[in-house]
Design a protein around this ligand. Sequence first.
Ligand code: ZN
Length: 378
Amino acid sequence: MEFMHYFKSRKGEMLNLLKEVVHLESPSLDKKAVDRCSHFIIKEFRNIGTKIIRYPQKDIGDLYTVQYPALKSKLKKGSILVLTHIDTVWPVGRIQNMPFYLSGQDIFGPGVLDMKAGLVMALYALKTLRELNIEPRKNIIIFINSAEEIGNEAAYEVIQKLARKSEYVLCLEPSLPGGRLKTQRKGRLVIRLDVTGKAAHAGSPEKGINAIEELMDQLRSLKKLGRTKGTTLSTGLISGGEKANIVAEKSSATMDTRFWTNMHKQKILNALRQLKPVRPGAKIRYTIESSTPPMEKTEASMKLLSLIREIAGASFKMSLEEGKTGGGSDASIASSLGIATIDGLGPDGEGIHAENEHLVLPSLIQRTALLTELLRQL
Ligand SMILES: [Zn+2]
C-alpha cells in the first residue's frame, strides 16, 4: 500500500480535524478545557474500534490510552507505545490572536505543532490500518498525556508502566528542522540552595555570618560544573536578607541545570553532596525540586533508529537524519528505563511555545504515512 498517496488524498479531512482539535484550546492547568478537547479526540478513536482506558485525574485533565487492536485480555509484553500529549502552553482565548490558518504550505495555530498534529497523525494511522484491514505485527498503545508541558507524577507513572510492556517507543513531538529525528535530549535538575548564617549589626559584620555572601561563593563554585561539555547551570531565582544594616541570616537560590548524560547528572549530585560552607558556622542545604532524566543514545534506541531508517528508505525512499535537543519530553522517561525510544517523529515546523508556531503541511502527510508504515511493520 502506498500510504503517501493515500494520505495526500485525505489531506482535506485531516486538516479539518486538526482545525477542530486546535480550536478546542487546552492549556495544561485548565482541567475543564483539556478534558473537553480529550473527549472530542477520544470519540474519534472510539469510532474506529479501539479500546480506550481512562485514568481519571483531579487536578489535571484525565489521561487516556488507546489500544489497537482492541484486545479483551490484558496487554502482552512487546507492544509499540506511541507517546502524544493534548495539553499546550497557550491559555484559552489565545486563538483570537493566533488563529488557525493555512498560508502557502504552513499551518498556524496555538499548539498546532506541539502537538495536536501528533494526535491527528496517530488517529489517521490507526484509522487507515483498520479501514484497509491491515493487521499490525504488534499491539499498539497510544498514550495521551494531559500535562506534558508542566510534568506530572501520575502521568510519569503511567508512562513508565506502559513503557515496561513495550518493545518500542515512538514519540510524536515535532521533528528537528529538516525532519531530523531526536535521539538525544538533555536531562534537567531544578536545585534549590538554602543558606543559614547568623544575623548581626552591619557595623560589626565579624559578629555575624553573612548568608548572602556565603550563597554567592557557593554559586560561584558550583558554576565550575558548567565546564563539562554540554552541562549548563543557570540561577533563575535568588532571595535573602532583611535590611541593609543587618548581616543576612538567610538566603536561597534556585538553579536550573541541564546535562546530556546520567554520568553528568551524577557529577552534579556529587558536587551538591560535597558542598561545604566557606564561612565557619554557616549551614547549607540543597533540595532537588524536580528531576527529568536525559534521553541518551542507548544501544536499544540505535537499533530502533536503524529499523526506522530501513522502513523509511524501503517504503518511501526517505532518508532520515538524527539530532539532539536541549528540552525534555516524555520520550526521556521511557528511554531512561532502557526501552528503545525515538522522538521527533511528528511533523516539521517552527516556533513551538512561540507566536509563530506552525507546521509544514507536506511533512504532516509524510510523517503520517511513515507512522502508519512503522505501526504495520515494526
Ligand atoms: Zn510537546
